[in-house]
Design a binder for this molecule. Sequence first.
Ligand code: HEM
Length: 151
Amino acid sequence: MTFHHLMLFLHLLGVTVWVGGMAFAWGCLRPAAMALPPAQRLALWAAVLRTFFALVWAAIGLILLSGISMLLEVGMAGAPKAWHLMALTGAVMIAVFVSIWFGPWRALRAAVAREDWAQGAIAMQRIRARVAFNLALGIATIALATLGLGW
Ligand code: HEM
């Protein structure tokens, strides 16, 4: 096993947790949670996202550290075009996550704490839209990182 193999493993571990978690939230938990009354639904999302978002921070750390170290092995100039594009779309995904963290995620926690379900529903709708965007971009990034190597 080389250092590169270890970095690739950590990179894909981070990607699996982040993109897989978004797919589960969007495709499995969201449809089931829609059947609940607002108070229960928003409290459930606040509890689930608290754990998931902590995992996403860890995944971002792994993805960035491993991705940058693999890029530095060959240098930006020597890297395939697909790697450049991955770094770009990955950076957009991180920016979107940071915008969720400091925006609607804070609003959702505050609304749930004061049992303001109307504001909570608005915050949750914003989180949902941005997670859907990041899920689509995450899938596109995986396609770029793999299928894009043939360009
Ligand atoms: C944000 C900065 C990122 C950087 C600097 C980066 C960099 C890299 C590099 C240099 C490799 C090449 C490993 C190799 O081919 O041996 C790689 C592989 C890979 N990356 Fe990223 N990456 C980033 C983000 C992401 C994100 C957000 C995803 C997915 C959502 C992703 C998915 C992948 C996949 C699936 C591979 C394996 C394909 C391959 O071996 O080429 N990366 N990444």
